[in-house]
Design a protein around this ligand. Structure first.
Ligand code: G4P
Length: 531
């Protein structure tokens, strides 16, 4: 195969892209870190900006009200900023675990992730789940151990916990000098220098640097803490792996940084590591071939759909990750699933907190496309070729409800509403034998949002009743005969998802196990890819 040289100006721009997301358990410090990163990137001037938005959107009870003003969360969905000659795209992930499906999909559009761990709490439940999702694509992970200004766990214990629970090797890059009230800074193991901690930095400042672990200045400044640090550093040599770029890029090892987000300490090192180590956009599997990020023809996929940016217009925005080529306003692309052309005009980008029109974008960038129902999650757009990007997962829901109408004459509206909300990914919708509509969610709050939106947008008053369903499994069959036999025997437990794929709706864990045992050739899948 002869390789075509890539257009140099695309290659140059792609190499300067870093696209990442932050994963953490609620309250570990994601919002705070986001804000400080934006501060460094010059995207916001004062701390408090992101925080204020978060407090508006985080509280569960306020969710409906906030949803009505979706602009708030949409503008913070993607934040692009410049840092040291690089263009950084930070993709926000919903903090509330009830919306984790959305988070999983966002993680398919990043090239790296920063994992924030609360040093007092260690590895928490949501972090474990999110890391599993990153692992599906071997996404490289940078770890930020936060809140060192508090009384926290011992750093060695934290590293063992991360290694044991998350099954990823830790390579400490910085190491704390004291903690809690006696937190004095961090020692940078690769640069052999101490960065001195000063509390309460609301602005971008460079930390004071003291070169060399043996520097007598350290004994004068930190007589109580320096002995421990020197002992620790000696131990690290034997106890921890040295940083390996190759292992990091393969998702096997995570470089670990210690700091305090709220005090803006350790944040710059995270940014630097993103630039130095995190990968630029990589080739992506598009079904029939791998697509190189710098190849000239444009391509990419929709990973998220957000509705009601403007409640008066009921438009939706499709968030689209560019995988190759260059986006230019007004360009014509092929909508592969529908097999027809469409014009991409007025796509949006998200410069920190303002929506601005973007004229240009390359692999790694996200554009927001106005969508009137023609785009679904997982859709591929290309400049002509029939590609289909892989890997955007649906996860088997853990909660089920049957939808019933108060007014039976509204069946059509209910079906339309659920179909559209299902396509958007707000909820998973299954149709059971006999036409019963079943909703599947990962978090309870999803049902509430859907009920509210059905009322507001489709004028449908639906009741969600509990359904005796334990979980769903997507089915694959080895041949037609097996399929028909299975369908005949299991008719009562069968359904279809929004795209018409067959699913098995198990009543209990036992029911699922027994059926799987009885039908060893039938595939029962807990995840399915979009598209
Ligand atoms: P999240 O997005 O991951 O949910 O976390 P967020 O940044 O909102 O941080 C959760 C809480 O932890 C906040 O306190 C925040 O101020 C605090 N925090 C973040 N980083 C640090 C740190 O380095 N040190 C300390 N001591 N605290 C930190 P809160 O009381 O919930 O909110 P607020 O009243 O401070 O706004």
């Amino acid at each position: 195969m002869t390789s075509t040289p890539f257009p140099p100006e695309i290659l140059r721009d792609v190499e300067k892209r870093r696209t990442f997301g932050i994963i953490s358990h609620p309250d570990a410090g994601k919002t705070t870190l986001t804000e400080k990163l934006l501060l460094f990137g010059g995207a916001i001037q004062l701390a408090g900006t992101v925080k204020a938005r978060k407090s508006a959107r985080h509280a569960t009870s306020d969710w409906m009200e906030v949803e009505k003003q979706r602009g708030i969360s949409v503008t913070s969905s993607v934040m692009q900023f410049e840092y040291e000659g690089h263009t950084i795209n930070l993709l926000d992930t919903p903090g509330h675990q009830d919306f984790s499906e959305d988070t999983y999909r966002v993680l398919t559009a990043v090239d790296a992730a920063v994992m924030v761990i609360d040093a007092a709490k260690g590895v928490e439940a949501q972090t474990i789940k999110l890391l599993e999702v990153c692992r599906l694509r071997n996404t490289p992970i940078i770890t930020f151990v936060n809140k060192l200004d508090r009384e926290v766990k011992e750093p060695f214990d934290l590293l063992s916990e991360i290694e044991d629970v998350l099954k990823i090797e830790c390579a400490p890059v910085t190491w704390p000098l004291g903690m809690g009230k006696a937190f004095r800074g961090v020692y940078h193991l690769l640069q052999d220098q101490v960065l001195r901690f000063t509390p309460g930095e609301e602005r971008r400042v460079d930390a004071e640097v003291i070169k060399g672990l043996d520097n007598p200045q350290l004994d004068t400044l930190f007589p109580m803490e320096i002995g421990q640090l020197r002992d620790d550093v000696e131990l690290i040599g034997g106890a921890s792996a040295p940083f390996s770029l190759e292992d990091f890029l393969a998702g096997r090892q995570t470089p670990v940084f210690f700091g305090s987000g709220i005090n803006n300490f350790g944040v710059q090192e995270i940014l630097q590591s993103l630039i130095d180590w995190a990968p630029a956009p990589q080739p992506r599997d598009a079904g029939k071939r791998m697509v190189e990020p710098a190849e000239a023809p444009f391509s990419g996929f929709v990973f998220k759909i957000q509705a009601n940016m403007d409640p008066k217009h009921r438009d939706r925005i499709a968030f689209f990750r560019i995988c190759s080529g260059r986006y230019t306003s007004g360009m014509k692309v092929k909508h592969v699933r529908l097999g027809r052309d469409m014009k991409l005009a007025n796509a949006l980008t998200f410069m920190a907190n303002e929506r601005v029109h973007k004229e240009d974008g390359v692999a790694g960038d996200i554009i927001g496309i106005h969508n009137h129902g023609q785009l679904q999650i997982g859709d591929t757009l290309t400049e002509g070729e029939n590609l289909g990007f892989k890997g955007i997962p649906y996860f088997a829901p853990e909660l089920f409800r049957a939808a019933r109408l108060r007014d039976p004459l509204k069946t059509k509206q209910l079906q339309k509403g659920l179909q559209e909300l299902g396509e958007e990914g707000a909820i998973q919708v299954f149709e059971q034998e006999g036409g019963q509509m079943l909703l599947g969610a990962v978090g309870q709050l999803q049902f509430e949002v859907v009920a509210q939106r059905l009322k507001d947008e489709y004028k449908v008053d639906a009741i969600f009743e509990s359904a005796e369903i334990y979980t769903a499994r997507w089915l694959t069959f080895p041949d037609e005969i097996t399929r028909r036999n299975f369908e005949r025997e299991q008719a009562i437990r069968l359904g279809k998802d929004v795209d018409g794929n067959p699913v098995y709706l198990a009543s209990t864990r036992y029911n699922l196990d027994v059926t799987m045992e009885k039908w060893p050739k039938v595939g029962f899948h807990a995840t399915r890819e979009h598209g």
